[in-house]
Design a protein around this ligand. Structure first.
Ligand code: IVH
Length: 683
């Protein structure tokens, strides 16, 4: 039984809910958090404790975002106003034709005011608020009737559970697109590939698949976003135009598209579209066009609807980055967990300014579904930053000589048996000593986000392996310079560089090391969570799964995997040997770090180019001061530290408006303790 709730506790709960919702908004909508994840977590735990003890859970409490019990099926929801689709324009001529039609229908000679914004490639959703509270969320369905996905949509952190103000419309349907960022989509697919699960073809399918889950706790684990761009039925207010409505959304903490412009006249619309097209590479999500809407709602009403599409809006589609080419060969590559991936070797083709000569076919389900054969002509697409993929086969161009590519019965690398477990799409090589798997594990260990040993890429790992110098990643630390010097591709300088890189990698963080170990299911994120909760590697030795499962966001699968790794005497032996070779781990992520200076708390840094100090040294320094480091620039990045010969990250940072600083300026920030003061909370 919950205890009776004293008034001051009630107020504490209300304050905590408000505070946590505000931080969620800073993080997920504005991309500029003002407290660290740890601080957020500790407020969350405090709230959860009070809620459980007193049984008082507010309707907009963040603890309601974790997903509800699984459903048997989705209930149907009728849309009060139909959810329409959009007519497409494939050229600026089409757009001018659209503008002429609008003017003709309105009997107007004057330039029309339009809004222009990117078209998000996701899943359209309607969210109904009753008296300010999120009441129902539904998919578009056939436009008239969709599916009730309320529990799933509640788990998306950027979706407001409550509209917080007096005088809000007592009923409003907010519409928008649920989408997944490209990075997140690739991470999810990588994990699924390693798990032998079927892959999502693109971020849109991943978002749709994540929302249409009967078990909303699965949705809660996927990082989904929302961009709101429209409304359905509204009672109790009148917005007059799209621009005002978007500002109302923004004011009430709804996420809106990254760029929304209001311009008069179709020429200006075209300028904005060109601007979006220039910037789209820097967007974190996939966009295949722009949406143009007549701004004024009265004008929209008089233009009306033609069957299923409004006459007042149109979608401009960017020219697709597709090409036609031939599959010369299909080969199989074996990953570090033994999963065999078919890869199409293509007749090189230029697509959107880049030469494409290979494309992953993901798995044999995909090959079967698309009926892909060696020798086929195929349409290949390179959408945004996503790796190229085969869209379809041009069956009309078949000559009859094309050959299917069956599942191999043996591993193409080691000849071991190949298995396909029930319910999995992946085909795996079961040979533990399979050279491909061993080399992939070593390559993973040495890779950027892991031990970051420059010079130990695919080619050199293969060379050292074939020379019998490494059979396991622990062997890396036994390599001697004179042995490398004997190898064909090495000279004094390159050998020394590799030795230096190996030496440098011995000083790293616990989270990078845990990730490097390649423990099944432990990606970068899980490694970070573990490091926040365990001070040192030794604390994980002989760990029981239950102790790991207590960590928020870590489930049974990861817990069992980590526990079984650290209970294997052979693994412990390897770890101890690594320590003897000089491995030294720091753990800036650990939560009870005491009162060390946390100058960079809440700030994320990315480094590009060569700095005067080794990169991992600088990263450690940032993390020691409470900052986060990441290997790629996104809208979450606060500072890009620019060294000599910076790479493409600099361009990306500039297009996203991310601040750039030199290494000296970074040291200056530290020396003078000059960080923008964390903003005061405003309620
Ligand atoms: S407005 C009647 N704005 O595109 C106007 N739609 O092809 C309704 N979409 O069903 C939509 N980004 O799912 C609008 N900025 C945006 C959009 C957008 C993506 C989707 C939406 C719609 C589909 C139509």
């Amino acid at each position: 039984m919950a205890e009776k709730i004293p008034e001051d506790i009630k107020q504490d709960i209300e304050r905590l809910v408000k505070e946590l919702n505000y931080h969620c908004y800073r993080y997920y909508v504005l991309d500029s958090p003002v407290i660290s994840d740890e601080e957020y977590d500790s407020l969350y735990v405090k709230l959860k404790g009070l809620e459980e003890r007193y049984g008082h859970i507010l309707s907009d409490s963040p603890t309601r975002r974790i997903g509800a019990s699984p459903l048997d099926k989705f209930e149907k929801v009728k849309h009060k106003e139909p959810m329409l689709s959009l007519d497409n324009a494939f050229s600026f001529d089409d757009l001018m034709e659209f503008d002429r039609r609008v003017k003709r229908l309105l009997g107007s000679d004057e330039d029309i005011e339009y809004t222009v914004e990117p078209k998000y490639d996701g899943l359209a959703i309607e969210i109904t608020y009753h008296n300010g509270l999120l009441y129902k969320a539904s998919t578009r369905g056939d436009g008239y009737e969709g599916e009730d996905v309320t529990a799933n949509i509640r788990t998306i952190r950027s979706v407001p559970l409550k509209i917080d103000e007096k005088g809000i419309p007592h009923e409003i349907d907010v519409r928008g697109e649920v989408y997944m960022d490209i990075d997140e989509f690739e991470k999810l697919n990588n994990e699924r590939e390693q798990e032998g699960e079927s892959l999502f073809a693109n971020p849109r399918n991943a978002a749709a698949g994540s929302v249409r889950q009967l078990d909303s706790s699965i949705t809660a684990k996927r990082r989904l976003h929302l961009a709101c761009y429209g409304m359905g039925a509204v009672k109790g207010t009148d917005f007059r135009n799209q621009w005002k409505f978007i500002h109302w959304l923004e004011k009430h903490m709804f996420p809106i598209p990254v760029m929304v412009r209001r311009v008069r006249g179709i020429d200006k619309v075209i300028d904005v579209i060109k601007d979006i097209e220039r910037k789209r590479r820097g967007f974190s999500f996939e966009t295949d066009g722009a949406v143009i809407k007549v701004n004024d709602f009265d004008l929209q009403k008089s233009l009306g609807i033609k069957t299923r599409e409004p006459r007042w809006a149109i979608a401009y589609k960017f020219p697709a980055h597709q090409g036609t080419t031939r599959i010369n060969e299909i080969s199989s590559s074996v990953g570090r967990t033994g999963v065999i991936t078919p890869v199409a070797m293509l007749e090189p083709v230029r697509i959107g300014g880049v030469t494409v000569s290979r494309s992953t076919l993901h798995n044999w389900d995909e090959i079967e579904r698309k009926d892909i054969r060696v020798g086929d002509y195929v349409i290949v697409e390179r959408a945004g930053e996503v790796i190229p993929h085969v869209i379809s086969v041009i069956k009309d161009r078949r000559t009859g000589k094309e050959k299917p590519f069956p599942i191999p019965d043996k591993c193409p690398v080691c000849g071991s048996r190949v298995i396909r477990e029930k319910g999995e799409v992946a085909v795996r090589c079961i040979g533990l000593d399979c050279p491909a798997q061993v080399q992939e594990r070593i390559r993973h260990f040495a890779s950027r986000g892991a031990m970051d040993i420059e010079g130990l890429g695919e080619k050199n790992v293969e060379l050292l392996y074939s020379e019998g110098m490494i059979r396991h990643f622990a062997d890396i630390y036994r390599i001697k310079k004179e042995d490398i010097l004997r190898l064909p591709r090495f000279a004094e300088k390159s050998a020394q560089n590799l030795m230096d890189a190996i030496e440098k990698s011995k000083h790293t963080t616990l989270s990078k090391f845990l990730y490097a170990l390649g423990i099944p299911h432990v990606g970068e994120y899980a490694a970070k969570l573990l490091s926040r909760n365990f001070e040192s590697m030794e604390d994980l030795y002989k760990i029981k799964p239950g102790k790991i499962m207590g960590i928020r966001q870590i489930g049974e699968k990861i817990a069992l995997s980590v526990s079984s790794f650290f209970n294997d005497p052979e693994n412990i032996n390897t770890l101890e040997k690594l320590k003897e070779s000089g491995l030294k781990l720091t753990n800036p992520d650990y939560e009870n770090k005491g009162s060390r200076e946390r100058l960079f708390e809440g700030f994320t840094f990315v480094i590009t180019g060569t700095l005067p100090e080794p990169r991992n040294y600088v990263e450690n320094m940032i993390e020691e001061l409470g900052g986060m480091t990441s290997s790629s620039v996104s809208k979450h990045t606060d500072y890009l530290v620019v060294g000599e010969e910076p790479g493409s990250k600099l361009r990306k940072a500039q297009s996203l408006g991310v601040k750039t600083i030199s290494y000296e300026e970074l040291l200056g920030l530290i020396k003078h303790k000059r960080m923008p003061k964390n903003l005061k909370l405003q309620f």
